[in-house]
Design a binder for this molecule. Structure first.
Ligand code: SF4
Length: 361
């Protein structure tokens, strides 16, 4: 492809927010948000062979691959040399690097090459967001040998039917639900818990009950859940699909938090006939404390060496505003008041937190 000789492993794409953090792009984000992770993407002019309905990189999405937005922003292409120099000069709040794979025959080999360079030439820990369709168990061992310490698996969908509809046969895509679950188990065997995370996308037609059941199942097998909200990409198959209602997203976030804090389980929670959460299975005071702490509504992602979320993906799921589908920073008082009001809204399914868990049984 003479018109674009630049390809991985010599180059990589970098997210706009990461480029700003590294001083490779100018910009200032709402409320002074910063991206604490260097999010990189493997790049080939021919692009990704998959065709996921909601993804900006989908092979059948109109436009030249190089120009396709991903998660609503442009991802400039830079040499690995320039990226490594910038990472070594990164501000102290940058705590991790991540390489996102695409489904391309060369990607397995090239991701390993890029990983070895980043682990050898920079001090930041490295995650890989994998494409299980082109990987085997041996590849997870090779990634660990290269110095990678965390793995992300973008399962995204809450049920096998939704997975097949949006990533598999429903879009003539190569991905299979079974292969993704096998990859979760294989990567757990190699990296151990809590170093494997599953990306889950809320708002793809699942019920809150189905998403809670999935998060509970993943947690019990040792996998942490990284929540994303559906946020339509222009000209993608789902360009006209609305975001999940904010109150619904807040309920799912709170459920994930209580499960991974060990305070509740899917079995303890209550749901209405539409599968919406009506009770979280904890006493009122414990519930309100969890809400007031605010952490439940922040972005979940790979942690940095400081034990805080590094991959906070500022405004990756929505436009900057007091309503956030994933806050990249601790919500302030105004935002917490909004969260509480919408979580327990008068017309919502979850409006009576006063009822204690015991009275629901
Ligand atoms: S959560 Fe982890 S695997 Fe997923 S994009 Fe962020 S750093 Fe990468």
């Amino acid at each position: 492809m003479s018109e674009d000789p630049q390809r991985s492993p010599d180059v990589a794409k970098i997210s706009q927010a990461s480029a700003i953090s590294l001083g490779l792009a100018r910009g200032r984000m709402y409320r002074g948000a910063v991206n604490r992770c260097v999010n990189l993407l493997v790049h080939y002019p021919e692009g990704c062979a998959a065709n996921c309905a909601y993804c900006g990189l989908a092979g059948k999405r109109p436009g030249a691959y190089r120009d396709k937005s991903f998660i609503h922003v442009a991802w400039p292409v830079l040499s690995m040399d320039a990226l490594i120099d910038a990472i070594n000069g990164a501000p102290g709040y940058v705590k991790r690097t991540c390489i996102s794979m695409i489904t391309n025959g060369k990607c397995r080999r090239d991701t390993l090459t890029m990983s070895r360079r980043l682990c050898r030439e920079t001090a930041l820990p490295l995650s890989i967001l994998c494409s299980p369709t082109i990987l085997s168990r041996d590849d997870f061992e090779a990634m660990q040998d290269a110095g990678v310490d965390k793995i992300g698996i973008a399962l995204d969908l809450a049920t096998p039917e939704l997975f097949d509809r949006h990533r598999g046969r429903g879009v003539n895509g190569p991905h299979r639900w079974e292969r993704y679950w096998a990859a979760l188990e294989e990567s757990l065997e190699v990296f151990g818990s809590p170093h494997v995370g599953a990306h889950l996308m809320v708002g793809m037609g699942e019920t809150e009950e189905e998403m809670v059941a999935l998060m509970d199942r993943l947690w019990r097998m040792g996998v942490v859940s990284h929540l994303f909200s559906f946020f339509a990409e222009e000209e993608s198959r789902l360009a006209d699909r609305p975001q999940p209602p904010w109150p619904s997203y807040l309920r799912v976030q709170l459920a994930r938090y209580l499960i991974e804090e060990g305070s509740s389980t899917a079995g303890d929670m209550q749901f209405d006939h539409e599968g919406r959460i009506t009770g979280f299975g904890v006493e009122r005071d414990a519930l309100m404390e969890a809400v007031d702490r605010g952490r439940a509504f922040m972005t979940t992602g790979c942690l940095g060496p400081d034990g805080e979320v590094a991959c906070n993906r500022p405004f990756g799921n929505c436009l900057p505003d007091v309503h956030q589908w994933n806050y990249p920073y601790p919500p302030n008082q105004e935002e917490l008041d909004l969260i509480r009001r919408h979580l327990f809204e008068r017309e919502g399914p979850c409006r009576e937190p006063l009822k204690s868990a015991a009275s629901n049984r």
